[in-house]
Ligand binder design. Structure first.
Ligand SMILES: [Zn+2]
Length: 289
């Protein structure tokens, strides 16, 4: 069923939970994630990477995910992740994305605000006033689609003193922060900067300026730390690398047997589904219960 991302995440935080978002490059994975959400009775977010949205048949995948979300027994959002290209954003919303990360994190502070406001104006003009916008403040190191070891020292941190001004002026409904998290794999142990998150949280959870926080690059951060982040206003947590690793390991382990079994692609897709579904269900339960 349809859901508004900001309302979904705010409701989760109010009951002490957070909502995971899983990057889906294909329909098999997305189906598995939605099945896991239905199995656990918890809401979920399907993330589409900008390279997927711009790739061959990427827009048709968004439409397929929209249909999957609408038919689900639990609330499901379809989000265009990390987008700054207005044409891709407009097209993806027309195809069925109901939320967008308007990502100006590589820009300066004022330019980042201008980008989020610009995306809002363009979507509103298209009749997309209901589309929910996430923004990102601070620089996340690493690659969104490929997992290489990333040195956490390379990650820029969100400046807590900028957060309230940014949230108010950009109009962002959710805010992704950089607190020592990275995209991909952590070189060494992840070091979440709790001091920074606590200061950001103090700025964003006060009654007059509440904006839910988002943690990207959660693969590799221990569950206990994600639960602690939840108490500091992090209501949405993005996963990509762990899901991909599990699927690839399953395909490596299962392909030969399924080839020998009469080129049984249907059976192999079943194993792919099971791998993604098990990871998504376990993650949904950890964050949502
Ligand atoms: Zn991200």
């Amino acid at each position: 069923m349809r859901a508004k991302l900001d309302e979904l995440v705010t409701a989760a935080l109010q009951r002490g939970a957070a909502v995971p978002a899983f990057t889906c490059y294909d329909f098999t994975t997305a189906t598995a994630v939605v099945e896991a959400a239905e199995e656990t009775g918890l809401p979920v977010i399907l993330n589409v990477a900008p390279k997927t949205a711009a790739a061959r048949a990427g827009q048709r995948l968004i439409t397929a995910l929209r249909s999957l979300a609408d038919g689900a027994a639990v609330p499901v959002c379809v989000q265009l992740d990390h987008a700054s290209d207005l044409a891709v954003i407009r097209e993806s919303v027309r195809s069925g994305a109901d939320c967008v990360l308007a990502d100006g994190s590589a820009l300066g502070f004022e330019e980042n605000i201008a980008l989020v406001r610009g995306v809002r104006a363009v979507l509103n003009a298209d009749g997309g006033t209901a589309v929910v916008l996430e923004a990102e403040l601070g620089g996340l190191a690493g690659d969104e689609d490929k997992a290489f070891g990333v040195d956490v020292q390379a990650a820029g941190l969100t400046d807590p003193t900028q957060v309230r001004d940014f949230a108010e002026r950009s109009g962002a409904q959710l805010l992704a922060v950089a607190i020592g998290n990275v995209h991909g794999k952590y070189k060494g142990a992840p070091k979440v900067r709790w001091d920074v998150l606590e200061r950001i949280s103090a700025e964003t959870t006060s009654s007059e300026a509440t904006v839910p926080l988002v943690l990207h690059g959660a693969s590799g951060i221990p569950a206990g730390e994600l639960l602690k982040a939840r108490t500091l206003g992090v209501g949405k947590v993005n996963f990509n690398t762990e899901l991909r690793s599990g699927i690839l390991a399953t395909l490596e382990a299962e392909t030969a047997a399924h080839r020998a079994d009469g080129e049984n692609l249907q059976g192999l897709l079943g194993r792919w589904n099971a791998s993604a579904r098990e990871f998504a269900a376990a993650t949904l339960r950890t964050l949502g219960e």
